[in-house]
Design a protein around this ligand. Structure first.
Ligand SMILES: Cc1cc2nc3c(=O)[nH]c(=O)nc-3n(C[C@H](O)[C@H](O)[C@H](O)COP(=O)(O)O)c2cc1C
Length: 192
């Protein structure tokens, strides 16, 4: 009788363990699956936005993608004190779209896109418009974030909306200065 009791107890303990392990595994798989739909795309001229994007990719489990201009920006190009510098000329011309490297991104694989860039002259650099106009973002959710000297996003989301299909949603995220740690970004993404 005592032996039978031990056997029943043993079976109960083992089966509880198996159920727990299976449950946990299913949860991990569900999390991984959800994150396969997330892309963190960024443009960064001097590395600040890149660091935020890298942490955001870790926080979301999403894929990281760098928007690369065909011609990289030199420090002379980035001189905003010079009205003839490349960035001054680009930002003053609403129609200008600097060429970007394309061909290695399948936007159709993603539902949610975090899109990061530095604030230039109070808005997004023109290469960000090139990126949005090169791919089909129909039906996608695009959450923008930026780094800056001090400026906020202002009207940037509405300006970028003009470069995507009407069925895409462009959501104003935040300026994420001071390189927030992964744990903070895990909380931040819950807002959207
Ligand atoms: C051409 C140019 C224009 C800029 N305009 C602004 C601006 O309007 N407001 C601001 O707060 N910072 C401005 N900045 C500063 C950048 O937004 C800031 O340094 C940013 O974090 C750089 O990001 P990155 O290292 O990813 O390129 C400007 C920088 C450049 C090069």
């Amino acid at each position: 009788m005592k032996n039978l009791l031990f056997i029943v107890l043993g079976i109960l303990i083992v089966s509880t363990g198996v159920v727990f392990a299976l449950n946990n595994n299913a949860k991990v798989n569900a999390d991984n699956h959800a994150n396969k739909n997330v892309l963190v795309a960024y443009f960064s001229a001097t590395g600040t936005t890149k660091r935020v994007a890298q942490n955001l990719a870790k926080a979301t489990g999403g894929d990281l993608y760098e928007i690369k201009p065909v011609k990289a920006y030199t420090s002379a190009d980035l001189n905003w004190h010079d009205e003839n510098s490349r960035t001054s000329v680009e930002m003053n011309n609403p129609k200008l779209r600097p060429e970007i490297v394309t061909g290695d991104l399948s936007v159709e694989n993603y539902d949610t896109i975090y899109l990061g860039f530095p604030i230039w002259w109070g808005t997004a650099p023109k290469v960000v418009h090139t990126f949005l106009e090169k791919y089909d973002f129909s039906g996608k959710k695009i959450i923008i974030f930026a780094t800056s000297g001090s400026s906020e996003l202002g009207n940037t989301a509405n300006t970028l909306k003009q470069s995507v299909s009407k069925t895409a949603t462009v959501i104003k995220g935040d300026v994420l200065n001071s390189n927030p740690p992964v744990e903070d970004l895990k909380q931040w993404v819950k807002k959207f």
